[in-house]
Design a binder for this molecule. Structure first.
Ligand code: MBD
Ligand code: FE
Length: 284
């Protein structure tokens, strides 16, 4: 394929991800202070894991200094949000999920941006006039754990385009492209018109990509839609939906797939596809 735009740089999207993360922290209400006991307990355990790796793998001085340089590079490249979300967040999510009911969650990732356009259902996510990709109609209903519709639930959706790029993190894309907050109807039903995203590749020109390359891993996430589904008095679900048969489903670099989160779109015979997926929210 001939690129009609400059590829986004890892440093560019890393900077944007770091800024977005800082902004979300600044606007979040400050949580309870972490106790001295908790800091000591968790950090001692974390350090013990590192120490034991050094001992059992006989990590050398050269390797230690290379690791130091690497961590400096991750920070300078703005890739802390990316590398932590790719390699660590899935375990935090797993632990949180132990206490959760309702639709399965998945990781938030580095590319959520709040404050997107609100659209009543049926909605078409903002797109370029010449947006490429297979047309997808994504519909369903939001219900509570007792099976009752949740009227006016909000589906905050964000996704990559047909080349795997996210608006806000790739300079050639208009702000807000393929992002929106869709408001379900009085029965909790929604219809979202969009295009199918491409699989996502970790940028290969930054430190996260360099590590993946150096380790001989692959940099791919399967194609996915991101969602936060929320309604008053209910716990917000942060999740991702994947596509049956999609490449990398069984080897997601971010380890964030779950069998319950795979969509089965049907071909409509006119080049478009449709799928339904219902969400279950538990009480807050
Ligand atoms: C993504 O698109 C993503 O969803 C995650 C979790 C990490 C990197 C890129
Ligand atoms: Fe993503």
């Amino acid at each position: 394929m001939t690129a009609t735009h400059d590829s986004p740089t890892a440093a560019g999207s890393g900077d944007s991800a770091t800024k977005a993360f800082r902004a979300s922290r600044d606007s979040a209400s400050v949580g309870p202070a972490v106790s001295q006991e908790r800091v000591s307990e968790v950090v001692t355990h974390l350090l013990a894991g590192i120490h034991s790796t050094i001992r059992s793998k006989k990590v050398t001085y050269d390797e230690f200094q290379a690791a130091k340089q690497y961590l400096i590079d991750v920070g300078e490249g703005g890739e802390w949000p990316l590398i932590l979300d790719v390699f660590v967040e899935h375990v935090v999510e797993d632990v949180a999920a132990e206490a959760q009911d309702g639709t399965k969650g998945s990781i938030l990732g580095p590319y959520y941006l709040p404050g997107q356009v609100r659209l009543d259902t049926p909605a078409t996510l903002p797109r370029r006039a010449d947006e490429q990709g297979t047309e997808l109609l994504f519909a369903g209903q939001v219900r509570d754990t007792a099976g009752n519709p949740v009227p006016g639930a909000e589906l905050d959706v964000w996704q990559a385009d047909h080349e795997g790029y996210y608006s806000g993190f790739a300079p050639h894309l208009p702000d807000g492209n393929l992002r929106g907050v869709v408001v379900a109807d009085a029965q909790g039903k929604f219809e979202i018109h969009t295009i199918e995203p491409a699989a996502y590749q970790i940028p290969t020109d930054g430190p996260t990509g360099a590590l993946i390359e150096a380790a001989g891993w692959h940099p791919w996430r399967p194609a996915h839609l991101h969602l936060m589904v929320r309604a008053p008095e209910h716990r917000t679900i942060t999740t991702q939906l994947y596509f049956r048969g999609g490449e990398w489903l069984d080897s997601d670099v971010a380890s964030a797939t779950k069998p319950e989160l795979i969509l089965d779109p049907v071909d409509n015979g006119d080049g478009t596809r449709s799928v339904t997926y219902d969400f279950t929210l538990e009480p807050a």
